[in-house]
Write a protein that binds this ligand. Sequence first.
Ligand SMILES: Nc1nc2c(ncn2[C@@H]2O[C@H](COP(=O)(O)OP(=O)(O)OP(=O)(O)O)[C@@H](O)[C@H]2O)c(=O)[nH]1
Ligand SMILES: [Mg+2]
Length: 301
Amino acid sequence: MSAVPGHRCGTVVLAGRPNVGKSTLLNALIGQKLSIVTPKAQTTRQRIAGVLTRPEFQLILQDTPGFGAPAGRRLNQAMHREAVAAIATADAAILITAATRWTAEDDNVLAQLVSAGAPIVVAVNKIDRVRPKARLLPYLESLSGRHPFAAIVPVSALRGENLMRLVDAVVALLPVASPMYPEDQVTDRNERFMAAEVVREKLMLALHDELPYGIAVEIERFQETPDGRVEIDAIIWVEREGQRKIVIGSKGEGLKAIGRAARLELNELLGRRVHLSTWVKLREDWTDDAGMLRRLGHDSA
Ligand SMILES: Nc1nc2c(ncn2[C@@H]2O[C@H](COP(=O)(O)OP(=O)(O)OP(=O)(O)O)[C@@H](O)[C@H]2O)c(=O)[nH]1
Ligand SMILES: [Mg+2]
């Protein structure tokens, strides 16, 4: 692909505490759903890039797991390392915070970004919840005292408000370079990864309390049939025997509804008819099992 003169290209990490809206923002900026979103914290476990290509620039946006304490089970440690690695390799960062509260967790994210050294733009998300809008001003002012940020941009990822200003602010920080991805490529992840994530999203949305964190999805088979359908076999891993019953639900209704919701979304995402089969399997304490985590794609575990 021949780029226009002055074409910019680089990687921008989306970093922030759990649940501030990083994945919603990624999807809004790219204009399609790439990363799963739920009301629960710690939804994103592995990074996923979205690629925004325009004649003048190519912006590679890295969604990351919510930045938490580097402690706890091996899964949490792997998620933390994943976020740190994405921050360390980015040309610039978007620090996402939510209006109008700055927390100790936000401080941790900022400290990590500052030590990585790349310029930082703050996206103050969820401004749709702030009324009247004048309530934002003291918060924005207090942010500018925390660090010499390249820009501070109030946005609503949910409503798509002010996103172009955010894009302009980060593109200005990118190096002049040729595009890294073909212009029609929107993500670095394959359909298999996306399929596992869609199933996990539907599980997280259907299940409550602690259970979602003990669940993982592994695609065991992903096969295109000669008549253009896709057959997907998904294993739903649980870490306690009791969780299996909760996932399956009474008379299997729970799992059936989850499978139906996942299949409908996968039909859209893959643009082909999907046949989805699910199995619930037990692996005691898989969230603390390095071999199992690597098998699920957590390479650093
Ligand atoms: N009101 C409002 N809600 C939002 C906005 N952006 C995201 N949310 C909601 O916030 C919740 C968390 O969104 P996610 O995009 O999953 O947040 P995240 O930062 O990726 O979360 P983790 O992956 O768990 O770290 C969801 O319920 C979103 O709908 C926004 O601009 N306004
Ligand atoms: Mg997320």
